[in-house]
Design a protein around this ligand. Structure first.
Ligand SMILES: NC(=O)c1ccc[n+]([C@@H]2O[C@H](COP(=O)([O-])OP(=O)(O)OC[C@H]3O[C@@H](n4cnc5c(N)ncnc54)[C@H](O)[C@@H]3O)[C@@H](O)[C@H]2O)c1
Length: 315
């Protein structure tokens, strides 16, 4: 029975993961090598909660209880010794994740499940130096940012893990209000990430080649395909449109849409020019601190409202 969850890394993903579990009533130990990251995590969690409370997703009391339930640690052993589930959200570096798991294998209880939020590394590589007993209690739990609001968590167990391990993790997410999917075979980028990558190839190509403006690209997605994909089973949407029609349309369009294996030239040039988006103040758009705060406020508000609406989407 999972009671205590330790989250390693309190950055972009870690604070939201910790907050989501804390709201579900789990005991949370949040560890980071940087004390400043832990302080920031609490500030971010508080901001996130404010919007959720204002939108009636949680009461103020629930929010305060959740925050009080997140214990901050800079001592790794103390943070992990009692964990039933260990969730790493550390930088995407194979050796760091491997070394940390090996170190913690000696510290954690034998039954503790090791989970990684990796976006691109293979679980079998991360777990390669671990003893068999721990490999068989390991799983990828892949979130989307912001982790406390995006419902999906993609699950990929280690090939040596029995289905009971996956079921234990699924039970935790059910209690936490998340939607999980099982990735049935080991694949780079899981499911949602691969779809996201495929969308970006065509979207950036259309922009780069002058077929639409930046703003209209966003509108085309949000108020077109993504509007219905967010509400209804994807294959049901195909069925409603008619598979004969989809067949004919895709037969024509697949020959025409971008199939480059190279990253978009526009994206490449921006990355090379140091236009990294929020981090540098300039990406596709320009940002000062005030603009960033406004964009984040709207993002969290809209996602919170969408999360509430999605409670009625039964699929
Ligand atoms: N950012 C995203 O949108 C996103 C989405 C899905 C998955 N991921 C994955 O989640 C993981 C974390 O990504 P992030 O964006 O939160 O990174 P981040 O850089 O924002 O946060 C990483 C945190 O880990 C801490 N850290 C560094 N070394 C550590 C150590 N030895 N032990 C514990 N903590 C340590 C850092 O101080 C930092 O606070 C990565 O594997 C990433 O691929 C990220």
């Amino acid at each position: 029975m999972i009671k205590t969850i330790t989250v390693l890394g309190a950055g972009t993903m870690g604070y939201g993961i910790a907050l989501n579990f804390a709201l579900a009533g789990y005991e949370i130990n949040l560890f980071d090598v940087l004390p400043q990251a832990l302080d920031n995590a609490l500030v971010n969690a508080r901001k996130a909660l404010r919007v959720m409370v204002e939108e009636d997703l949680h009461t103020e009391e629930e929010g305060e209880k959740a925050l009080a339930g997140i214990r901050l640690f800079t001592d790794k052993t103390a943070a992990c010794a009692e964990a039933d589930l260990l969730m790493e959200a550390m930088p995407e570096k194979l050796q760091l994740k491997q070394n940390t798991f090996v170190e913690l294998d000696a510290v954690c209880k034998p039954e503790c499940i090791f989970a990684s939020n990796t976006s691109s590394l293979k679980l079998t590589d991360i777990c390669a130096p671990l003893p068999q007993s721990r490999k068989s209690r390991s799983v990828v739990t892949h979130y989307f940012n912001p982790a406390h609001l995006i419902p999906l968590v993609e699950l990929l167990p280690h090939p040596d893990a029995p289905v009971s391990v996956l079921e234990e993790v699924e039970a935790v997410y059910r209690r936490s209000g998340k939607i999980t999917i099982r990735v049935l075979k080991d694949i780079n980028g899981m499911i949602g990430n691969r779809i996201q990558a495929a969308i970006s190839r065509e979207a950036l190509w259309l922009l780069e080649n002058g077929y639409c403006s930046e703003k209209d690209l966003g509108r085309a997605m949000a108020f077109g395909p993504c509007f219905r994909y967010a509400t209804t089973d994807y294959l049901e949407i195909l069925d409603m449109g008619g598979l004969d029609v989809w067949n004919a349309v895709l037969n024509l369009l697949y020959k025409d849409i971008n199939n480059s294996t190279d990253v978009s030239a526009l994206l490449k040039s921006k990355a090379a020019a140091g236009e990294h988006g929020w981090k540098t103040g300039r990406g596709f758009y320009s940002y000062d601190e005030q603009t960033k705060a406004q964009v984040m406020e709207r993002f969290l508000l809209n996602l919170t409202r969408q999360l509430k609406a999605s409670e009625d989407y039964a699929f």
